[in-house]
Design a protein around this ligand. Structure first.
Ligand SMILES: [Zn+2]
Length: 482
């Protein structure tokens, strides 16, 4: 739509007028550009479909034609409305409903989208459901998952595939899907940044408007999600952190888009809502996770955990001889020669035989040292360390401690050190956890976590300290590679 808010200029300025009017067109909606990405759209499709296979093994899909058809139709309407510049011909959008109560939805690179039943139940209009779907779809269109991995992979800690999967799926679901190590699956590493959230909100608004919906419904749904968040917030908000002024800028965008006669509601929506109310309530994701983990103890593909068929059991004392590992260029460390290097999803663990294994579908270790990098937005050592401990205690509910930090030096940089206590899920024994952190040049948190049973901690504490003193960091190495 062209707005004629200026007096016509002299004839000689025709080109200038044309230029100005194209500017005013651009101003009529906020311009969004996809972030830098070193992957190809085909990579998105491959990673997304691998992750989708995992997701569908772990989460209960709703196999119900009424609900499925409804959500698929909404999705199809959005797909038809994708602006040409964001169309990736390789992408295959699909829309499925997960039979869980939590208010959440997520989309994988290349197109597979999952909407929780709880999201539909919490929405008060069809526009609100469409709003969340448009937001999720915008993450896909902007290729945020692989853009995030582009940012993450310069520090190649652990296997890249696991890191990407984790980065893409994020949060609690990342834990379900990639069955990451018991420690260090820092949620800070996995969340989308607030800037990506803002992009998905704005592009999602455009998508809604093009599909005949009112973006204000998206803003309303975010309010609903926030209201029901209570303690800790629903997963949606931890995977999609609220940018400031979210409600305001979506409403501003809606005004610029000038949507008229928008669809807010439909008969199909109220039918589906009434139908869902008639069904037995859905379980929470946590309940599914718990029962799923039990089931997976016997059936889980060992390729998802530590390599080989290791059992937690008797552990030889740490060898006095140390061996040095060069970890993909980012760091070097010396650890007892009888410890093995266990690359896992987002971390590297050094542990002795008998001191690590797969327990209830999770990689766990009872003796050893884990090294990882946790991306964070704070760029403050203490705040980032706090955040890491918070995420550790989410996956380890019996974790206690953090009375204070000691200032230490890690690889010649300012670092923090603290000791925490925990009870091992795998053995039921009390254990001590020693945490060492410092910062990389880009503000990421570099950490080492030592774990040992409390009654052996004296021996292991000396080993952890010696190993951490040997760490050398080289976070400039990537400049020569990328
Ligand atoms: Zn988001």
């Amino acid at each position: 739509m062209l707005r004629n808010h200026k007096k016509p200029m002299a004839r000689a300025a025709t080109t200038l007028v044309a230029f100005l009017s194209s500017v005013s067109l651009v101003l009529a909606q906020t311009n969004i550009t996809a972030p830098p990405n070193k992957y190809t759209p085909a990579d998105d499709v491959k990673m997304g479909s691998d992750a989708a296979r995992e997701v569908e093994q772990q989460l209960p899909l709703m196999r119900d034609s009424q609900v499925e058809t409804y959500v698929r139709n909404l999705g199809a309407r959005l797909v038809e409305s994708i602006p040409p510049e964001f169309q990736h011909p390789e992408f295959r959008y699909s829309f499925k409903v997960v039979n869980v109560r939590d208010i959440n939805a997520f989309a994988l690179p290349g197109g597979p989208m999952y909407v929780n039943r709880g999201m539909i139940e919490a929405a008060s209009t069809e526009g609100e459901v469409v709003g969340v779907m448009a937001h999720e779809m915008s993450h896909v269109m902007l290729r945020h998952g692989t853009a995030q991995a582009t940012k993450a992979t310069p520090y190649e800690v652990g296997s890249i595939a696991g890191q990407i999967l984790g980065a893409i799926i994020g949060g609690g679901l990342g834990q379900v899907v990639s069955a990451g190590s018991q420690f260090g699956f820092g949620t800070a590493f996995l969340r989308f940044s607030r800037e990506y959230e803002r992009q998905a909100d704005i592009l999602g608004s455009h998508l809604m408007a093009r599909a005949g919906y009112d973006p204000r419904d998206m803003a309303n749904m975010f309010k609903t999600i926030e209201k029901t968040s209570g303690n800790g917030g629903p997963q949606f908000l931890s995977d999609h952190p609220n940018p400031s002024n979210r409600y305001q800028y979506i409403n501003d965008e809606a005004r610029m888009l000038n949507v008229s006669n928008a669809i807010h509601d439909s008969r199909a929506f109220s039918n589906v809502k009434a139908y869902l109310r008639s069904l037995p309530p859905a379980p929470t994701t946590e309940q599914v996770q718990r029962s799923g983990n039990r089931r997976s103890t016997s059936s889980r593909n060992p390729g998802n955990g530590y390599p080989g068929n290791n059992q937690i059991g008797r552990v030889d004392p740490p060898s006095a001889r140390f061996q040095t590992y060069d970890e993909g260029g980012l760091f070097r460390i010396s650890v007892p020669a009888n410890w093995q290097e266990l690359p896992d999803n987002t971390v590297v663990t050094f542990a002795p035989a008998g001191g690590y294994g797969n327990y209830q579908g999770q990689s766990v270790f009872t003796h050893g040292l884990e090294i990882g990098v946790d991306r964070n937005e704070t760029h403050d050592l203490r705040a980032a360390t706090d955040e890491l401990i918070t995420s550790l205690s989410q996956s380890n509910p019996r974790l206690r401690g953090r009375a204070s930090y000691n200032s230490i030096s890690v690889a010649g940089r300012n670092g923090l050190h603290t000791v925490l206590s925990n009870v091992s899920d795998a053995t039921g024994r009390p254990e001590q956890i020693e945490l060492f952190t410092t910062q990389l040049n880009d503000g990421s948190l570099f950490y080492a976590i030592g774990v040992a049973p409390s009654d052996e901690f004296g021996t292991y504490q000396r080993v952890f300290n010696q190993a951490v003193r040997s760490i050398q960091l080289n976070d400039n190495y990537r400049n020569s590679r990328y």
